[in-house]
Design a protein around this ligand. Structure first.
Ligand SMILES: [Zn+2]
Length: 415
């Protein structure tokens, strides 16, 4: 029989996992389960408060406001809290001048294991949408902009720690929380800090939503972007076309010779998705650009792809055209490791104990998250998907197409 309320399970699992990372599982699961029940309403209240602050990745004011709220909550829980303003920013095509600060909290325990919990506070919807779509609870569902991605992750972390405190559980060396404000723009500021802090942890648990079925993920896709720029020469298309160098023709030639680089059997994908050329119908276009989305399961595949792209663009249709290609690793892939397999099978055992099936996915399905930055130098386990379950699939879509209309909804079945 399913337990009464599934919303408990993420916090419950997080607590149990932290407990398990110490020398022994200190408390019986039922005691933790009861505590989780007591946290239901407080967790909903926290969600309401988080959703009530608009915090787009480029909204520095909103990000500062939500960072303060999270910092206060972590202080109340007894953490040593600091706001870290990123200084070493990895600049990509869409990186703003300034990005939001990270909230870091550290809790000292009496044990040995080092455990880190991560989530992000930035969102993708456009500023101003909140007034028409406020947080609400309707029956067994909670609705709110960015509730699934990733405000639930923050709330789950806060209440998992509250539960640990109520249990009096301190059998960890350090419990580190890191909440960043730039995940949705590929973490240009937080990536370095996440990698560095994660490197000597025994376990990093990431609180993106557990999808519709609460799966844990041991691998995530690497995400890359290729930008192709062709420089030609403008000329009047009617009076003197031979005086120009048609950048659109060269771009078309390039795209056709760069379109077969996917290797689906190894999860390597390259797809050209955006292009632009020309200004007027009667002018030979002087510039043309295109962008491609790239995915990989291994970082070496990105290196290889980049080298192939650079080599191929040397073959030109119009010798006078100038062709340039820039490649960005927006997010490295996360690969499953022995450590993550071992810890996730323990998680599965905990779910078994409370009668809930759990899937552990060790092959990436196309999405990328900050768990990948944690995995770059990690010696311990890195696991994604500790957040609550969503009632619809979380889709990876270009941020311009993701909108509040896709309010994330959570199913919390009754009885
Ligand atoms: Zn997210």
């Amino acid at each position: 029989m399913l337990p009464k309320n599934r919303r408990l399970h993420s916090a419950l699992l997080a607590v149990a996992m932290v407990a398990a990372a110490g020398p022994s599982l200190a408390e019986p699961v039922t005691a933790i389960h009861d505590l989780a029940k007591q946290q239901q309403q407080p967790l909903l209240d926290t969600l309401r408060d988080l959703v009530a602050i608009e915090s787009g990745s480029k909204d520095l004011e909103g990000l500062a406001k939500i960072a303060d709220l999270i910092a206060d909550r972590l202080k109340q829980l007894g953490g040593k809290v600091e706001l870290i303003q990123p200084t070493d920013i990895y600049r990509m095509d869409d990186t703003p001048e300034k990005v939001g600060a990270m909230v870091k909290a550290e809790f000292q325990g009496t044990g040995k294991a080092k455990i880190m919990l991560i989530a992000h506070m930035d969102t993708v919807y456009l500023r101003g949408m909140l007034k028409d779509q406020p947080f609400r609870i309707d029956g067994d569902k909670a609705y709110g902009l960015a509730i699934a991605d990733d405000k639930q992750g923050i709330a789950t972390i806060l209440h998992a720690i509250a539960m640990l405190q109520k249990l009096g559980f301190k059998d960890y060396g350090t419990l580190t929380v890191l909440i960043n404000g730039d995940e949705e723009i590929s973490s240009p500021g937080a990536r370095g800090t996440i990698t560095q802090l994660a490197s000597d942890q025994d376990a990093v648990l990431s609180f993106e939503s557990g999808g519709t079925d609460g799966s844990l993920r041991l691998a995530t896709s690497g995400i890359g972007a290729a930008y192709l720029t062709v420089q030609g020469k403008a000329s009047h298309a009617g009076a003197r076309p031979e005086g120009g160098v048609n950048a659109l023709y060269e771009l078309s030639h390039q795209l056709l010779q760069l379109k077969d680089l996917s290797q689906n059997e190894r999860g390597l994908k390259l797809n050209w998705t955006v292009s632009q050329a020309g200004t007027n119908r009667n002018v030979i276009p002087a510039e043309a650009t295109a962008q491609a989305d790239a995915r990989a399961l291994k970082i070496s595949d990105f290196d290889q792809l980049q080298a192939t792209l650079q080599e191929r663009i040397k073959n030109k249709l119009l010798p006078e055209a100038k062709v340039q290609l820039k490649f960005e690793v927006r997010r490295p892939p996360l690969e499953a490791t022995d450590a993550s397999r071992k810890l996730s099978s323990h998680a599965k055992a905990i779910y078994d104990e409370i009668g809930v099936p759990m899937k552990v996915l060790d092959v990436a399905t196309g999405g990328g998250t900050d768990a990948a930055f944690a995995g770059v130098k990690a010696k311990g386990a890195v696991i994604e998907g500790f957040g609550l379950r969503a009632s619809e699939r979380i889709r990876m879509m270009p941020s311009t197409f993701r909108s509040g209309a896709l309010s994330r909804v959570f199913i919390w079945p009754r009885g």
